[in-house]
Write a protein that binds this ligand. Structure first.
Ligand code: ATP
Length: 254
C-alpha cells in the first residue's frame, strides 16, 4: 500500500547516502501519512538508522530530497527542522540528571516558550507553566516521581521523562530511534501505551527492532534491506511477504 504524496506530512524521494562509496541508503522513496505511526524495520545494517538520521537532518543525503508539509527541508539543519515541528526523541533528548522530574519538564517548557529569564517576573506565567508541567508528568505516568532527581529514576521511567520533555515542545511529528531498546516487558507496555496516546493527534516515525511492538503499535511499516525498500504496508502484509522473511532469516544465519 503506497501513500499518495498529497496525504504525506513527511516525504523522501530518491534518498541516498554514501559512506566512502558504499551506499548505506539507496534511492529510498518514503511517505509518512499524518497522524499515523510509521515503522522503519529491517535486518541489521539495512540502513534504518541512516534513514532516520537523514530524515531528522543529522546526516545530509548524498542525493535525494526530503519534504515536510510540502516544504523542501533537504538543506535544513536539525535545529531548523525541530523548529518546524519534526522532533526526535530519546537518543538526544535533554534530561538533566541532577534536576528533579518536575524541573526537567519545566526547563523544556521554558525552552518551548522562549521565555528565558524574563519569564520568572510573571507569577501567572509561572503558574501556567507549573500546571502544564504537572499535566505532562501525569500524562507519562510520573506523578509519584515528580520530586525525584532524574538520575534516580529507573530506566523505563527515565525514558518516560524524556518523552515528557519532548512532548513539552509539542511537536506534530515525533521520531523515535528504538524507543524500546533495553526495556523490560512492563516498560515496553507502558511506553507503547504512551506512544499510542501521543499518536492520536500526532505523527510518529519509529525505528524498532521489536516486531511485537511494531505489530501492536504501527499503522504502516516500511521494510528496508541493504539500503533499499523491500516491502511496505501494514504489519500483516509485510510480515507475510516471503522476501521480508528471507531478508530476516538471511541475517540470522550470518
Ligand atoms: N558513518 C558511517 N560510516 C560508514 N558506514 C556507515 C556509517 N553509518 C552506517 N554505515 C553503514 O551503513 C549500513 C547501514 O547502517 P545503519 O546503521 O543505517 O543500519 P541499521 O538498519 O540501522 O542497522 P542496525 O539495525 O544494526 O542498527 C551499515 O552497513 C553500516 O555499517
Amino acid at each position: 500500500m503506497s501513500v499518495s504524496p498529497q496525504e504525506a506530512i513527511l516525504s523522501a524521494r530518491g534518498l541516498t547516502k554514501e559512506f566512502f562509496g558504499f551506499k548505506a541508503v539507496n534511492g529510498v522513496d518514503l511517505d509518512v501519512r499524518e497522524n499515523t505511526i510509521h515503522a522503519l524495520i529491517g535486518p541489521n545494517g539495512a540502513g534504518k538508522t541512516t534513514v532516520f538520521n537523514l530524515l531528522t537532518k543529522f546526516l545530509s543525503p548524498t542525493e535525494g530530497k526530503i519534504t515536510f508539509r510540502g516544504k523542501d527541508i533537504t538543506g535544513f539543519k536539525p535545529a531548523d527542522v525541530a523548529r518546524l515541528g519534526l522532533v526526535r526523541s530519546f537518543q538526544i533528548s535533554a534530561v538533566f540528571p541532577h534536576l528533579t522530574v518536575l524541573d526537567n519538564v519545566r526547563v523544556a517548557l521554558q525552552r518551548k516558550a522562549h521565555l528565558g529569564t524574563q519569564f520568572w517576573r510573571s507569577n501567572s506565567a509561572l503558574d501556567r507553566l507549573n500546571d502544564r508541567a504537572h499535566e505532562l508528568i501525569a500524562a507519562v505516568g510520573l506523578d509519584e516521581y515528580a520530586a525525584l532527581d532524574a538520575a534516580e529514576l529507573p530506566y523505563g521511567r527515565k525514558r518516560a521523562l524524556e518523552l515528557a520533555t519532548t512532548l513539552a515542545l509539542d511537536p506534530p511529528v515525533l521520531l523515535f530511534d528504538e524507543p524500546m531498546a533495553g526495556m523490560g516487558a512492563e516498560d515496553i507496555g507502558r511506553i507503547s501505551d504512551l506512544i499510542r496516546r501521543i499518536a492520536k493527534d500526532r505523527t510518529v516515525v519509529m525505528v524498532e527492532h521489536n516486531l511485537n511492538v511494531v505489530a501492536d503499535l504501527c499503522d504502516h511499516v516500511t521494510v528496508l534491506a541493504r539500503g533499499e525498500i523491500l516491502a511496505e504496508g501494514d504489519y500483516d502484509t509485510v510480515s507475510s511477504d516471503p522476501r521480508v522473511r528471507e531478508a530476516y532469516m538471511g541475517t540470522e544465519d550470518e
